[in-house]
Design a protein around this ligand. Structure first.
Ligand code: UTP
Length: 292
């Protein structure tokens, strides 16, 4: 059976977005009209992923509430003649199943993925970061392509990459490709946040992964690195060193990754989605133009 399971880590503290994230999850911040994590769930649904395991942590209950079907609210909207608003809740009716587990200590992204091991077992699975939207107006199909490559080529992992400006490499895990870089390419290694001079490419890890369950074994052997965190990048490097084949899939030129983890990127993402809004975009554009 094709992969239909995704782990969505949402347990991070979001310290770069304080004070906004003091009592609300960054994954619930609005980008245009929806919270970030709703775009992530809708993107996965479009790629035929129907079971989502959220790895949550302290203060993240709003995420669970968001995906519950709220019958009282639906009833209220019907009784008060606001049925047209019901379509804004259509994401509640998508055939998605939600599972939740906790990361009891925030020991990094790699550790968050490892927390899902008891629920994933030996299945192949997708990892989609809960603070990153893919696509333009969130219509990405890249996870579908990644799953196809994973299944056709029998590899241990497939990672999405986005080409970034040379000075941006210092913020991301960067691909060291083996041979030529095409839409799909093989990875020789990954370098975490290299300097501009040392970066082996400008291809930055873009928040989506497909893994075989071998990644858990690597995560279990990964020593804590910076900030005492278990890094997913280190476990992927171990997978490659163990002889596992790992592929990269480049985001098509028409697609972007919106990582809302810093104010710089969050403001940019909000503005872009608000401008693209079919109902409110034109008025927003006029208001911005007046301000500039
Ligand atoms: P980040 O790398 O942005 O880390 O997380 P963070 O801790 O949330 O944010 P800062 O650095 O304090 O501002 C990327 C994704 O991984 C999840 C986050 O929730 C986010 O979706 N994550 C990160 C975890 O689930 N657990 C962790 O321990 C760290």
């Amino acid at each position: 059976m094709s992969i239909d399971l995704a782990v969505v880590p949402v347990a991070g503290r979001g310290t770069r977005l304080l004070p906004l994230t003091k009592s609300q999850p960054k994954e619930m911040l609005a980008v245009g009209r929806s919270p970030v994590v709703q775009y992530v769930a809708e993107e996965l649904h479009r790629s035929d992923i129907h079971r989502l395991i959220f790895v949550t942590g302290p203060g993240k209950a709003a995420i669970e509430n968001h995906f519950d079907t709220d019958n009282e609210l639906i009833q209220h909207l019907r009784e008060t003649g606001k049925e047209e608003i019901l379509q804004d809740l259509s994401f509640e009716r998508e055939d998605l199943e939600f599972f939740y587990t906790r990361q009891r200590q925030q020991l990094g992204l790699g550790h968050a993925v490892l927390c899902a091991k008891p629920l994933v077992g030996d299945q192949n699975f997708v990892v989609a970061l809960g603070d990153s939207i893919l696509g333009v107006s969130a219509q990405s199909q890249v996870v579908r392509t990644m799953v196809e490559q994973f299944e056709q080529q029998g590899v241990e992992a497939v990672i999405a990459f986005e080409e970034v400006d040379p000075e941006e490499v210092v913020h991301y895990g960067i691909a060291k490709p083996k041979g030529d870089v095409d839409a799909v390419f093989e990875l020789a290694d990954l370098v975490e946040k290299p300097s501009v001079d040392e970066a082996p490419s400008q291809l930055a890890v873009a928040a989506r992964y497909v893994f075989s369950s071998k990644i858990f074994n690597c995560l279990e052997r990964t020593q804590p690195g910076k900030n005492n965190e278990i890094q997913l990048t280190d476990a992927i490097r171990m997978l490659i060193q163990d002889g596992g084949r790992v592929l990269g899939v480049r985001l098509p030129e028409t697609e972007r990754r919106y990582d809302i983890g810093s104010y710089e990127r969050y403001f940019e993402a909000f503005a872009e989605f608000a401008l693209a809004d079919p109902d409110y975009g034109p008025a927003f554009r006029a208001a911005i133009e007046k301000l500039l």
